[in-house]
Design a binder for this molecule. Structure first.
Ligand SMILES: Cc1ncc(COP(=O)(O)O)c(C=O)c1O
Length: 393
């Protein structure tokens, strides 16, 4: 990015301008989709392969580097892209476990994680527990006192904020400080917030992970993940892990994700304004037992979210009386699509407990809504007719 002669640029501007080739007359504005698995050999002073020059596409691709520049700039750290969000989650866990093993520590590592959270992450942690690699302590992610009490003795404190799908908010600065004070690593899944609304590294967290698949890429057409850290040792370990495990994205996926990132600010602005509007209206609907959205002044996470986020995001959750009512709502919309995932331009909703892997304490009637960029009144009209129909059935 060209240096600014004036004040620091806002993230909305930076995400448009980072990760571009130099301004060369006749050169392209966008990075190329680099479709080459092998690169011309580079030789170091001793006549061997130069370890600082990439020679094979599992170690680095110019198109990834452009996306990594942009994500790293937004989070103020070193970003690495992975083949999926879950690959990034797994990489973050593995490097913390390896770091501990290299100190000579034996036996299972102790991991603190939220009782609710993305089911794929919780299932990965449960697998590590079941295979004897970790002791898993689960805590209410909104209960700061309980979280802090669980940190001493932990090797890794995992948080996700806001939480998928139950929308709790974790006090990230408090958790990061407690982890640092006791020598534990802290990792935060910031997928719901994106780097635009929340910067966990600035709150003292060691690694932030994102499912880029969601709002960053934003069009429900790319599977991709990222880790970002400001710690050079962790960045090197994550890079080595990625090359070793081969959990890499394709160049075209990285290119699409970067193209999506360019419009993240305008998409998020629209989606979260609509999410706030819908949250308030849903609260008033007689069928709705509860709305969870940190932007609502009465939401239990509102205070902490207002402190650590610059916006409340585009996802909310509603509790309906039971599974059947929730399924009627999901099946009764015409504009909203009954489908999993979130963060795309199209509005989606789904009853989370329809997935056998969802945590059993998530209410049967909880519906997750991912608000897209459609007209807010069109979205509300469709939701209201589906709610009215679900109530009348
Ligand atoms: C909060 C969160 N983290 C991680 C993931 C995993 O991302 P991916 O689907 O890109 O592997 C998801 C996917 O739903 C998610 O919602």
């Amino acid at each position: 990015m060209e240096p600014s002669p004036d004040a620091p640029l806002s993230p909305a501007t930076r995400l448009v301008h980072t990760g571009r080739p130099p301004r060369t007359p006749g050169g392209p504005l966008n990075p190329p989709v680099e479709l080459s698995t092998t690169l011309h050999a580079a030789t170091d002073a001793d006549g061997g392969a130069d370890p600082d020059v990439v020679n094979y596409a599992r170690s680095g691709v110019a198109t990834w580097a452009a996306l990594e520049d942009a994500l790293g700039d937004l989070e103020a750290g070193t970003a690495l892209v992975f083949g999926s969000g879950l690959a990034a989650v797994g990489a973050a866990v593995e490097v913390v476990l390896a770091e501990r093993a290299l100190t000579g520590a034996t036996g299972p590592a102790r991991v603190v994680a939220p009782v609710h959270g993305y089911s794929g992450t919780l299932s990965l942690l449960a697998h590590l527990r079941d295979t004897g690699r970790i002791d898993l302590v689960t805590v209410d992610p909104a209960d700061t006192a309980a979280l802090l009490a669980s940190v001493p003795g932990a090797d890794l404190v995992w948080a996700e904020s806001p939480v998928n799908p139950t929308m709790e908010v974790t006090d990230l600065a408090a958790v990061a400080a407690a982890a640092r004070a006791t020598g534990a690593r802290s990792v935060v899944d910031g997928t719901y917030a994106t780097p635009l609304l929340q910067n966990p590294l600035a709150l003292g967290v060691d690694v932030v992970v994102h499912s880029v698949t969601k709002a960053i890429a934003g069009h429900s057409d790319v599977l991709l993940g990222a880790t970002v850290t400001a710690d050079p040792d962790l960045a090197a370990a994550l890079h080595a892990h990625r090359t070793r495990s081969g959990a890499v994205p394709g160049p075209f996926e990285a290119w699409l994700a970067l193209r999506g990132l360019r419009t993240l600010d305008v998409r998020m602005e629209r989606s979260q304004a609509t999410a706030g509007l819908l949250a308030g209206r849903l609260l008033e609907h007689p069928l709705v037992h509860r709305v969870r959205y940190p932007g609502l002044p009465g939401d239990p996470g509102h205070q902490v979210a207002s402190r650590q986020m610059s916006g409340y995001g585009s996802v909310l959750a509603v509790d309906l009386p039971d599974a059947a009512t929730a399924e009627r709502l999901a099946a009764g919309t015409r504009l909203w699509t009954n489908a999993t995932s979130l963060g795309g331009v199209e509005s989606l909703l789904e009853r989370r407990r329809r997935h056998p892997g969802e945590v059993a304490t998530v209410p049967e009637g909880l519906v997750r809504l991912s608000v897209g960029v459609e007209n807010a009144e069109d979205l509300w009209a469709d939701l209201r007719q589906a709610l009215d129909a679900a109530a009348g059935a």
